[in-house]
Design a binder for this molecule. Structure first.
Ligand code: NAD
Length: 437
C-alpha cells in the first residue's frame, strides 16, 4: 500500500533502544511511515516477529503496530526514502571517562552514502554543547550539502523516563533547536506532528546544555540527599522522615531520595560530558564533580553497612552468601546499565562473598562491557530467602513481597528506606540494618 501523500513525511529512527523504539511507535501511531534502523539484527528480528525486548513495552504493543507504517531494518540504503532521520544511539563514556561519540559518528558513516537534498537529521542522543555543530553539521557540509538551504540539522534532546506511567513521549514537552532558522522551522514542523508542547530554543548548544542541566540537577540533588543520609545516620535521625517533612513545603523544595548509588544511561554519564567540555574552556565544574564522586561512593557505603551487619551476626563477607534484591537501576524497569547493584555485587565478590540476585524484571544477568555474572534471577520463597547470610534491598520494585523478605531474611540491608515508611515505620524489625544507620 502506498500511504504517502503530499503532507506526510517518512521518518527514519536510528537506534531502536529505550529512546528510539517508543519514539518510532509514536510516529507510527500518528500514521507516519517510519523506518526503524538498528545494527542489532536480533532487535530487528524481534520487532518483525512482534516481540518486545524492552520491559515496559509489551509484545502486545509491538504486535499491534500497523506494519504498513513500520519498517524495521538493518538496511541503511533505505535512508534515501526518509525525509527525516532521528539519531537515538548511545553516547557513553570511554574507559578514561571522556565522551565516546563513536556510535554517533558510525551512524553518520552508515547513512552518508544515502543522503539527498531536502532531508533533515535530528540528533536526540544526549551530548555536550557543540556536538551538533562540530560533528553533525561539519560531516554533512563535507558531503557537499548547504545546511539550512538544501539540508537541515536539528538537535532535540530526548526526555524519556522509562516506566513512568504519568508521561509518554507525546505529553513530555520537547525542546527543539536548529543550526539555522530554517532548520528550527523544520524541527517544529516535524515534532509538532507527534508532540503537544514544543519548546524552541535559539541554538543547538542551548538545547544540548539544557538536557545536561536537567540531569546534572538530578545528580547534584541525589548527591546532597546521600550526604544528608550519612549525616542523619550518624546523628540517629531518620532521613526519610526528614525529607518527607521538608517536602510538605509547597514551594522552593523538590524531594530527592538517597539510595545505593546512581545508575542508568543518564545520571552517571551525562554530567561528565559537560565537565569534559568545561575543561576546554578552563572552567572547573566543582559541584558536578563532587556530586558524581559522592554518588559513586555509595555502593562502598552499602558494603560497609553489610560488613557491619554481618559482624553483628559474628560473620564476615568472605564465604557469606548474599542476595541482591533488584538489579535494575530503578524501580519497575528492566534496565541494568550502570546499576549500583552491580557495583555492590562486584565489591562483595572481590571480598570473597558469594553473590546472587533476584529481579522479576531481569530474568538473566545481561552480559556487560565490564561485568558478567552468569547468573539468573532467584525465585523468592521463605526457604530461598532464609539460605542467605544477608539480603540487600537495592531496587524497590513494586512486585517484591516485602513481608516475605523481612519475615525470612537473616539480615536485611535496606538502601531505599522501604522499611522506614508505611506499615513498617513503627515496627521493631530485629533483622534489619538500615543502610543509613
Ligand atoms: N534511556 C533513557 O532513559 C534515556 C533518556 C533520555 C536520553 N537518553 C539518551 O538517548 C540516547 C540513546 O539511549 P538509549 O537508552 O535509547 O540507548 P539503547 O542502548 O537502549 O539504544 C541504542 C540503540 O542504538 C543501536 N545502535 C548503536 N549503534 C548504532 C548505529 N551505528 N546504527 C544504528 N543503531 C545503532 C543499538 O543497537 C541500540 O539498539 C543516549 O544518548 C542516551 O543518553 C536516554
Amino acid at each position: 500500500m502506498n500511504i504517502k501523500s503530499k503532507n506526510t513525511i517518512t521518518v527514519g529512527v536510528i537506534g531502536l533502544g529505550y529512546v528510539g523504539l517508543p519514539l518510532a511507535m509514536l510516529f507510527i501511531k500518528n500514521k507516519i511511515l517510519t523506518y526503524g534502523f538498528d545494527i542489532d539484527q536480533n532487535k530487528i528480528d524481534n520487532l518483525k516477529e512482534g516481540k518486545s525486548y524492552i520491559g515496559h513495552i509489551s509484545s502486545n504493543d509491538i504486535n499491534s503496530i500497523d506494519d504498513n507504517y513500520f519498517k524495521p531494518t538493518i538496511d541503511f540504503s533505505k535512508i534515501s526514502l526518509c525525509d527525516v532521520m532521528i539519531i537515538c544511539v548511545p553516547t557513553p563514556l570511554n574507559a578514561n571517562r571522556e565522551p565516546d561519540l563513536s556510535f554517533v559518528t558510525s551512524t553518520l558513516d552508515s547513512i552518508k552514502p544515502y543522503l539527498r537534498d531536502g532531508q533533515t537529521i535530528s540528533l536526540e542522543s544526549t551530548t555536550y554543547p557543540g556536538t551538533t555543530r562540530d560533528v553533525i553539521v561539519k560531516n554533512i557540509e563535507n558531503e557537499g550539502f548547504e545546511v539550512g538551504k538544501n539540508f537541515y540539522i536539528v538537535y532535540s534532546p530526548e526526555r524519556e523516563d522509562p516506566g513512568n506511567k504519568n508521561f509518554d513521549v507525546s505529553t513530555i514537552p520537547k525542546i527543539v533547536s536548529g543550526h539555522t532558522k530554517n532548520c528550527l522551522n523544520k524541527a517544529i514542523s516535524i515534532y509538532s506532528r507527534i508532540i503537544h508542547n514544543i519548546v524552541p530554543v535559539s541554538s543547538t548548544e542551548s538545547a544540548e546544555m539544557a538536557k545536561l542541566l536537567e540531569n546534572i540537577y538530578r545528580s547534584i540533588n541525589i548527591g546532597l540527599a546521600n550526604e544528608m543520609k550519612i549525616l542523619a545516620n550518624t546523628m540517629d535521625i531518620d532521613i526519610f522522615e526528614v525529607i518527607n517533612a521538608a517536602a510538605t513545603k509547597p514551594f522552593g523544595f523538590n524531594a530527592f531520595y538517597p539510595g545505593p548509588g546512581i545508575g542508568g544511561h543518564c545520571i552517571p554519564i551525562d554530567p561528565f560530558y559537560l565537565t569534559w567540555k568545561a575543561r576546554e574552556y578552563g572552567v572547573n565544574t566543582k559541584f558536578i564533580e563532587l556530586a558524581g564522586e559522592f554518588n559513586n561512593e555509595m555502593p562502598k557505603y552499602v558494603v560497609k553497612r553489610l560488613v557491619h551487619g554481618l559482624n553483628l551476626n559474628k560473620k564476615c563477607i568472605n564465604g557469606s552468601k548474599i542476595l541482591i534484591l533488584g538489579l535494575a537501576y530503578k524501580k519497575n524497569i528492566d534496565d541494568q546499565r550502570e546499576s549500583p547493584s552491580i557495583n555492590i555485587m562486584e565489591l562483595i565478590k572481590n571480598q570473597g562473598g558469594y553473590v546472587e540476585y533476584s529481579d522479576p524484571h531481569i530474568p538473566k544477568f545481561k552480559e556487560m562491557r565490564n561485568f558478567d555474572f552468569k547468573l539468573s534471577s532467584e525465585c523468592l520463597t521463605s526457604k530461598s530467602i532464609a539460605k542467605y547470610d544477608a539480603v540487600i534491598l537495592c531496587t524497590d520494585h513494586d512486585n517484591f513481597d516485602y513481608d516475605l523478605i523481612i519475615d525470612n531474611a537473616k539480615l536485611l540491608i535496606d538502601t531505599r528506606g522501604t522499611y522506614s515508611t508505611g506499615k513498617y515505620k513503627n515496627k521493631k524489625l530485629n533483622n534489619l540494618i538500615k543502610s543509613w544507620l
